[in-house]
Design a protein around this ligand. Structure first.
Ligand code: SF4
Ligand code: SF4
Length: 445
């Protein structure tokens, strides 16, 4: 029996600093402060190699369901779904045992494709509703939340702020595993916990192989959004693609883009009917178009999923994704807002046939040798954390503590300015604040 009001739940979630743990980092209390008819717990974890969400669902399915129930109360939703891949048989069995008997929450099984966890695709898969261009799940009456965020919602209502998270350490490491660590645990500590990298020059990625980004300083700490820490050889295809600069990419495109359309054919947002045509954008840059055309402003519709770059264009090795990221930055800097808002859209009829299966993605990425069992090794504490204050959607958080100050785990140490979208950060270990930089706070235990 849940005896919390929507207001109490939303307040607790805001105070606990819960944000989208799957990578988006959007403050969860804002999502909860809306009215929808359906809440989807996103447990698809569609990036290769990652296993943090699967581990949570296996180890603590009841916590996710409790968080989902709180989200349904807060938003007024009468229906809840937990979306998982159809082949997660053990997870389905664990969840089925603890589903509420009233039928308000059901399991939804997704095919094993990438990016099944993209909320636009998840919403379509579960409800057959299409989120408009530039829209949100809310616009079709749905809230989507990562399963870890929902577990954190349940903790928040019980008074426990976000101070830790499960992280998958995988790739070119000796002992891949899933570990729960304090937020701000240095990347190098996590690599050490996994027995170190296979090669001394391996590169570390924060996130999954498709959407993660290269870590430039291993002394820095993981964020609330860090689902994985992946090591890859320095000459790996993924590393090379990330390191290619935008100016080099544009030059390469002029010489190498053969207008084969594969990037548009496989683009998940294009398949949902959104006006996103990466091959046309590449053609536009090849002809040096300087003024925004619809194929440049369509950058606002790109999810940065990486299918066009790492799957569709793996032969020419061009990156519409990188081009869109750059255009989005430039357009925003010029004060240009997304002009694409069509809602009368239909999926491309070939959607079902053009989904890229996860085994294909793994083969294309050249990471088959890293697909291994990732056992859960429980909670590990660390002696020092560097908690990033800007890895969420909204204004960076500002420190509320001073160097030399003693803090206990769970104490508030930073918050986004009042009135601005953002979140709150808490000490993730007990100790002394040793350094405060612009975007992080260091605590030594
Ligand atoms: S897949 Fe590559 S080569 Fe083909 S149109 Fe797209 S960017 Fe050009
Ligand atoms: S990254 Fe590429 S495939 Fe993904 S949404 Fe953007 S354009 Fe489409």
């Amino acid at each position: 029996m849940i005896d919390k009001t929507p207001g109490e739940i939303i307040k607790a979630v805001q105070a606990a600093g819960v944000i989208g743990a799957g990578g988006g980092g959007f403050p969860t209390y804002i999502k909860l402060n809306t009215r929808v008819d359906t809440v989807i717990a996103n447990g698809s974890e569609c990036e290769p190699l990652l296993a943090s969400d699967k581990t949570l669902l296996k180890e603590n399915p009841g916590l996710v369901i409790q968080g989902l129930q709180y989200a349904m109360i807060a938003t007024g939703a009468k229906t809840g779904f937990i979306a998982i891949k159809a082949h997660y048989k053990d997870i389905a069995a664990a969840l089925t045992k603890v589903l509420p008997p009233d039928g308000s929450i059901r399991l939804h099984f997704l095919e094993n494709y990438y990016p099944a966890g993209d909320e636009f695709l998840t919403v379509y898969d579960v409800t057959r509703r299409i989120i408009p261009e530039g829209g949100l799940p809310l616009h079709v009456g749905v809230m989507v939340s990562n399963v870890l965020s929902l577990a954190q919602v349940a903790h928040a209502v019980a008074g426990k702020p976000v101070t830790e998270r499960p992280v998958t350490v995988a790739g070119s490491v000796k002992q891949p595993q899933v570990i729960i660590v304090p937020i701000g645990t240095p990347y190098k500590d996590l690599i050490d916990m996994a027995g170190g990298t296979l090669n001394s020059t391996d590169v570390i990625i924060d996130g999954g192989p498709m959407m993660g980004t290269i870590v430039t300083d291993l002394d820095q700490g993981i964020a609330k959004t860090t689902s994985g820490v992946i090591a890859l050889p320095e000459d790996h295809f993924i590393v090379n693609m990330q390191r290619t600069t935008i100016s080099r990419m544009v030059k390469k495109s002029k010489a190498a883009c053969c207008q084969c359309f594969r990037c548009s054919d496989l683009c998940p947002r294009n398949l949902l009917g959104h006006a996103l045509y990466p091959h046309m954008t590449m053609r536009t840059i090849d002809y040096n178009q300087s003024e925004p055309t619809e194929h440049i402003t369509s950058a606002f519709l790109c999810s940065q999923c990486g299918v066009c770059e790492l799957v569709a264009c793996d032969f020419m090795m061009l990156s519409p994704r990188k081009v869109y990221a750059e255009y989005k930055k430039l357009l925003t800097a010029r004060g240009i807002k997304n002009p694409h808002h069509r809602s009368d859209i239909n999926i491309v009829p070939e959607l079902e046939f053009r989904k890229v299966s996860l085994p294909t993605v793994i083969k294309k990425l050249g990471i088959s040798q890293y697909v291994k069992n990732t056992p859960f090794s429980g909670y590990r504490n660390v002696a020092r954390v560097r908690i990033p204050l800007d890895r969420h959607t909204g204004a960076p958080a500002l420190s509320t503590v001073a160097p030399g100050q003693k803090v206990k785990i769970g104490d508030v140490i930073a918050a986004s300015p009042p009135g601005k979208t953002g979140t709150i950060y808490h000490a993730s270990i007990t100790g002394t604040v040793t350094e405060i930089a612009g975007t992080w706070i260091e605590i030594c235990g």
